[in-house]
Design a protein around this ligand. Structure first.
Ligand SMILES: Cc1cc2nc3c(=O)[nH]c(=O)nc-3n(C[C@H](O)[C@H](O)[C@H](O)COP(=O)(O)OP(=O)(O)OC[C@H]3O[C@@H](n4cnc5c(N)ncnc54)[C@H](O)[C@@H]3O)c2cc1C
Length: 451
C-alpha cells in the first residue's frame, strides 16, 4: 500500500502515527510545504506574554520521529503539493528549495491541508505592520514586531483575539481590541458571559472597540492606521485574527464539499472518493447538537480525525462519534469552558431552545474561601435534550464543559443532569453538585413553561 499525506501539522501527524502503529510496513510519503511539522499554535499567546519561553518547545514531532515509525516513510519538508489527480491516483509536488517538480503515485491519500487565516475584505492588509496569527513564522514575526510597539491593535474578537489582547495587556502594552458586528466570543458564549468577559478585558486596560469594522490599513515607518466604519485608529502594530477557512482547492470538483469549502467525510473520514481520506481544519465535523456538518477548526478535532483517517485507511475500523466543539480559554484569573450550542446559535439553527443562567458559590460558605461560578445551560424545549453549556469562574471549572459534552453526545436531558449521581465533598462542591443544581434550574423553568 502506498499512502500520500498532504500537510503535516496536527491532522497529518496523527494520521501518520496511527497508520504506522497499525501497519508499519506501509510506504508513506508525507508532503509539508513548511520547514517544520506539528506546531502547537495554541501556545502562541502564552509565548507572546512570556509564560512559555521558547516557541521551539511547541513541536511534538519531527520528520525523523515519523520516519522512525517504519522502514518506508519519507517526510518531504518544503514540498508544496501543486495538484492531486484523483482519477490517476497521483500528485504533483514541487520541491520549494530546488524548484523541481515530481509526480508521486498513491493507493490512498490523506488530505490534511488545514486552514487559512481569514483575510478580511480590507485593503492594505499585507503591509508589514499588519500580521496574521496562525503558525510558527507568524508567532516569531509578531514577537519581533511587538518588541518596539507600545500600542497594539488586535482585529477580531474570537478566542485568538481575546488571548492576544490579554497577553499584551499583561505585558503593559496599550491594547485596542477591534471587534466587528457580533459580540465578543459570540461563537462560544451568550450575551451575559460575553459582557462579563468584555468587562474583564476593559478593567485591565484593554480598549474595546465593539461593533467596529476594520476596512482599510495603511502605515508609515512607525505606525499603522486602521480605517474603521467608526473612524481611524492608530497603533504601532496590528494583528488580524478573524477566523479560519478550509484550504481545500486541491480537491475542488474531485470530492464532495460543503458551500464553505470544507470537505464532507463519512464516519470513517473517507471523502466521496473512497481512496481519499481527509481530516482536520480542511474538513467539516459532524456536529452532534444539530446533527449536521459544521466547520469547527480545533486542534481537538484535527488530532481525533487525523488518527481516525490513519486507522481507517486499510479498512473501516474506528467510527467517528462527531463533536460538540468543546473548548476552553484562560482569561487572567478566570477559566472559561464551553461545549455545544449557545442559545443564539441554537436559534439560528431553528431549534426550539431555551437557556438558564445561574451564579453560585462552588462550595459551602463554611469553607475558608469559595468563589462564584457562572453557568449557562442551553436545552431543547421540545425533547428537553441538553444542547450546550458555558462555565466561567476563577475556580478551574473547564472540565464541567467536558462532562456536559459527553451528555450532549449521549443525548441526555436536563432531567438526567438534575439527578445524575455526582460526588459531594466540601472541598469541591455542595451536597448538591453545581451541575445538578444547574439541571434542576432548567427542569423548573421547563416545567413552568409547559405547565
Ligand atoms: C493562535 C491559535 C491558537 C489556537 N488554539 C487552539 C486551542 O487552544 N485549542 C484547539 O483545539 N485549537 C486551537 N487552535 C486551532 C488549531 O491550531 C487548528 O485547528 C489545527 O492547527 C488544525 O490542524 P490541521 O493539521 O488540520 O491544519 P493546519 O494546522 O492548518 O495544518 C495544515 C498543514 O498543511 C500544510 N499544507 C497545506 N497545503 C499544503 C500543500 N498544498 N502542500 C504541502 N503542505 C500543505 C500547511 O503548511 C500546514 O502545515 C488554535 C489555532 C491558532 C492559530
Amino acid at each position: 500500500m502506498k499512502v500520500v499525506v498532504v500537510g503535516c501539522t496536527h491532522a497529518g501527524t496523527a494520521a501518520v502515527r496511527e497508520l504506522l502503529m497499525k501497519h508499519p510496513e506501509t510506504e508513506v510519503d508525507v508532503f509539508e510545504r513548511r520547514e517544520d511539522i506539528s506546531f502547537l499554535s495554541c501556545g502562541i499567546a502564552l509565548y507572546l506574554e512570556g509564560t512559555v519561553g521558547r516557541l521551539e518547545d511547541m513541536f511534538y514531532a519531527t520528520p525523523a520521529s515519523l520516519e522512525a515509525l517504519g522502514p518506508h516513510v519519507h517526510v518531504h519538508l518544503k514540498h508544496d503539493v501543486l495538484s492531486i489527480d484523483a482519477a490517476d491516483h497521483r500528485i504533483l509536488a514541487e520541491n520549494l528549495k530546488t524548484g523541481n517538480q515530481q509526480h508521486y503515485q498513491y493507493d490512498k491519500l490523506v488530505m490534511a491541508t488545514g486552514s487559512y487565516p481569514v483575510v478580511p475584505p480590507i485593503s492594505g492588509v499585507s503591509i508589514p505592520r499588519v500580521l496574521m496569527c496562525k503558525n510558527y513564522d507568524d508567532a516569531r514575526r509578531i514577537k519581533e514586531s511587538a518588541k518596539d510597539a507600545e500600542h497594539i491593535a488586535i482585529v477580531g474578537g474570537g478566542y485568538i483575539g481575546v488571548e492576544l489582547a490579554e497577553a499584551y495587556s499583561r505585558n503593559h502594552k496599550q491594547v485596542t481590541l477591534i471587534n466587528g458586528v457580533s459580540p465578543l466570543l459570540s461563537h462560544y458564549v451568550d450575551l451575559p458571559l460575553s459582557h462579563e468577559i468584555s468587562e474583564a478585558l476593559t478593567t485591565r486596560g484593554v480598549e474595546l472597540k465593539a461593533n467596529t469594522v476594520a476596512k482599510h490599513f495603511d502605515s508609515d515607518d512607525q505606525h499603522v492606521f486602521i480605517q474603521t466604519d467608526k473612524g481611524e485608529i492608530q497603533a504601532d502594530l496590528a494583528v488580524v485574527c478573524v477566523g479560519f477557512r478550509p484550504m481545500t482547492e486541491l480537491l475542488i470538483g474531485q470530492v464532495d464539499m460543503n458551500p464553505d469549502g470544507s470537505i464532507h467525510v463519512n464516519d470513517y473520514m473517507q471523502t466521496s472518493n473512497p481512496d481519499i481520506f481527509a481530516a482536520g481544519d480542511a474538513v467539516a465535523v459532524h456536529f452532534n447538537p444539530t446533527g449536521k456538518d459544521a466547520y469547527a477548526p480545533l486542534a481537538t478535532n484535527a488530532v481525533r480525525q487525523g488518527m481516525m483517517a490513519g486507522a481507517n485507511l486499510f479498512k473501516p475500523t474506528i467510527k467517528y462519534m462527531g463533536t460538540q466543539a468543546t473548548s476552553a480559554l484562560k482569561l487572567y484569573d478566570h477559566n472559561l469552558g464551553v461545549t455545544g450550542l449557545t442559545l443564539a446559535h441554537a436559534k439560528r439553527n431553528h431549534l426550539s431552545a431555551a437557556s438558564v443562567t445561574m451564579t453560585d458559590d462552588f462550595r459551602p460558605p463554611f469553607m475558608p474561601d469559595t468563589v462564584k461560578i457562572t453557568m449557562v445551560l442551553v436545552y431543547d424545549t421540545d425533547d428537553r435534550r441538553i444542547l450546550g453549556a458555558q462555565f466561567y469562574s476563577q475556580y478551574d471549572i473547564v472540565n464541567a464543559a467536558n462532562l456536559i459534552s459527553v451528555m450532549i453526545q449521549n443525548r441526555n436531558t436536563i432531567d438526567q443532569l438534575a439527578y445524575v449521581d455526582m460526588l459531594f465533598n466540601p472541598n469541591y462542591d455542595k451536597p448538591w453538585h453545581y451541575l445538578n443544581l444547574l439541571g434542576q434550574l432548567a427542569v423548573t423553568q421547563a416545567d413552568n413553561t409547559t405547565a
